[in-house]
Design a binder for this molecule. Structure first.
Ligand SMILES: [Zn+2]
Length: 499
């Protein structure tokens, strides 16, 4: 996940699903809820269908975590020799991939493998992930149970920075490639596998170079699979089965600065309006008049598969949005997580004015971090700000590094359906829901190559697990990692032929 822009780590709580249970209605209904899917505890692994060397697989993940491939914004502070060592580790640890697949290094340290398919008529597909990680701050290191780059294997987990984001996801795909090669599997479709090195700081050099390289080669991709959403447990009160959330769209982002200049003066004889009060009023207008959000499109698709398992009151509302849409939208707006899925949000992040207690400032600025819903664009946001603050004396400045939201990928594309069926076969207790991903990731660089982007890792994540992402004691369940290898082997097989 891109920490620089996203700031807070909503990757695993993107969904609008946190507060369905909070939506209570006083209407009556008579139909029964569907029984939940067969129960399985989070600590009960799925049945394994492949016989690979589990210990070696786990040891390699542990080793991958031990390379402190830490991304920071100021790239002069990065020790790239560790990245070179990581590349060597991948080359040595996965001999079949390196003997049989074509490797291209792009952007200095990102690895692109090409597994040539037997049928040139099929469009290639790509798996992308990143091996860079966010730092583990010195100040919090003593809070880790095991050092963040130890890759400790203990208590049923592999511990360390990157276990969830994204070395766990990425290396499970590398393992799947190696294991399929060991089995002599020959895909009909060409598969690419990208190990990107700078996702946490925007991915321009890594994923950006890979996307440009593929475009130059005239490649058109059938689909792309990236990091993103997990198999989330404990995400809705009262729904005790996991939701396998496939990110089919990603929010955009733009920072807008409001700048205001005004005569200053002594605070003993203040003019009626000051810099602070003018900017303060503008921010209040924006808070009281958020951009519109509607219970329709993707957010409705997210809820639809879960409706049969809701209580009768909730079902009544969600099955009759023509009547209850307004109520649903109001309840969703009250909760930050559902609100983020419903509309473009405005986080007021910076306010600067004034230098001394008794001096009126002559200028001030406020910065608002907008996360743009797929229904809106950067231009819509600027227009909304202009209209809402309704003050021509305030300068509206669009700050650099903006991005529009992604298109919404189709849930009827065969790759989505293959993802869904592979999830259902392997994680039979899960209900698959198409979801909006509110954080950033490398898939943003690939929009010229395919419309079919699915952001999903089969990581089982409880509420507690989600808090560890970019946090302290990041770790992945050993059995879950083995499941992920199996899942990716099956997904590759399921999508290797004509879809
Ligand atoms: Zn990530």
């Amino acid at each position: 996940m891109l920490s620089a822009i996203s700031g807070i780590y909503l990757k695993f709580i993107t969904s609008a699903l946190l507060v369905i249970a909070a939506i209570t209605l006083s209407s009556c209904g008579t139909t029964e809820t569907l029984p939940p899917p067969p129960a399985r505890d989070i600590d009960t692994p799925i049945e394994r269908t492949y016989d690979f060397d589990e210990e070696a697989v786990i040891n390699r993940l542990s080793e991958a975590i031990q390379f402190a491939t830490v991304s920071v914004e100021d790239t002069t502070l990065i020790d790239f020799s560790i990245y070179d060592e990581f590349i060597e580790f991948v080359k040595e640890s996965y001999p079949l991939i390196n003997e049989q697949l074509e490797l291209t290094i792009l952007g200095g340290y990102s690895m692109l493998y090409k597994w040539e398919g037997t049928n040139p008529d099929l469009k290639p597909a790509i798996f992308i992930g990143h091996y860079d990680v966010v730092p583990a701050e010195e100040s919090s290191r003593m809070l880790w149970t095991y050092p963040p780059f130890s890759g400790e294997i203990a208590e049923g987990f592999v511990w360390g920075r990157g276990a969830l984001d994204d070395k766990g996801g990425l290396m499970s795909i590398v393992e799947a490639f190696e294991e399929l090669l060991a089995q002599g599997f020959e895909p009909e479709r060409t598969f690419y596998l990208a190990l990107n090195h700078d996702e946490e700081i925007g991915g321009l050099s890594g994923a950006g170079s890979i996307a440009r390289y593929l475009e130059e080669q005239g490649v058109e991709l059938e689909f792309l699979v990236d990091e993103g959403l997990p198999i989330a447990e404990e995400i809705i009160d009262g729904i005790d089965f996991p939701l396998a959330m496939i990110g089919v769209a990603k929010k955009g982002a733009v920072n807008i600065e409001l700048y205001y200049r005004h005569e200053g003066g002594h605070s003993s004889m203040p003019p009626r309006l000051s810099v602070v009060s003018v900017l303060g009023r503008a921010l209040t207008e924006l808070s009281e008049n958020p951009m519109p959000g509607e219970y329709s499109g993707l957010i409705r698709d997210t809820f639809r598969p879960v409706i049969p398992y809701m209580s009768w009151g909730q079902r009544l509302a969600f099955n009759n949005p023509w009547l209850f849409k307004g109520l649903i939208e109001r309840r969703m707006s009250d909760n930050p997580a559902t609100n983020a899925a419903l509309r473009t949000t405005a986080g007021k992040t910076i306010f600067e004015a004034g230098i001394k207690e008794n001096v009126l400032p002559t200028e001030g600025r406020a910065v608002i971090n907008f996360r743009i819903h797929p229904n809106d664009t950067v231009d819509d946001v600027v227009e909304y700000v202009r209209r809402t603050i309704d003050n021509e004396d305030i300068e509206i400045r669009v700050m650099p590094r903006m991005r529009n939201p992604s298109p919404v990928s189709s849930t009827s594309h065969p790759a989505y359906r293959a993802l869904q069926s592979t999830i259902e076969e392997n994680f039979s207790r899960s209900v698959v829901v198409p979801s909006l991903f509110v954080a950033g990731s490398d898939s943003r660089h690939f929009h010229n190559l395919t419309n079919n982007m699915y952001r999903f890792r089969p990581i089982r994540a409880t509420h507690d697990d989600r808090a560890r992402l970019h946090g302290i004691d990041e770790r992945i369940r050993i059995y879950n990692y083995l499941e992920m290898v199996q899942f990716h082997m099956e997904f590759i097989k399921n999508t290797s032929g004509n879809l």
